[in-house]
Design a binder for this molecule. Structure first.
Ligand code: FES
Length: 101
């Protein structure tokens, strides 16, 4: 089901955004190098919101233990993260960001 996440202007390079989908599932939306990305918000290592972390050199840095994931693939990059994070393709339409989930 295609869902609107937010407006393009709601996400900045410095501040990922947590969005709750219609079923209550939380995702994090990121802007990096002019493109938008979306992953599950919950870190696969622990009870951390990745939207409270930040992006550096194409990696999502978790705010709890500073483990990281590839922003494009969700693959774990830095310990203690070892399980990938789910990613969702983001499309832009009429100034909004959408995912199909
Ligand atoms: Fe994310 Fe530990 S909870 S790295």
């Amino acid at each position: 089901m295609v869902q609107i996440l937010c407006s393009v202007e709601d996400v900045s390079d410095d501040e990922p955004l947590q969005v709750k989908l219609t079923d209550g599932h939380a995702v994090a939306v990121y802007r990096w190098e002019g493109k938008f990305y979306c992953t599950d918000d919950l870190c696969t290592h622990g009870d951390a919101s990745l939207a409270e972390g930040y992006v550096e050199d194409g990696e999502i840095i978790c705010p709890f233990h500073l483990g990281s994931f590839c922003i494009k693939s969700g693959a774990p990059r830095t310990a203690p993260c070892s399980e990938p994070i789910a990613t969702y393709a983001v499309t832009e339409k009429d100034g909004n960001l959408l995912i199909d989930r």
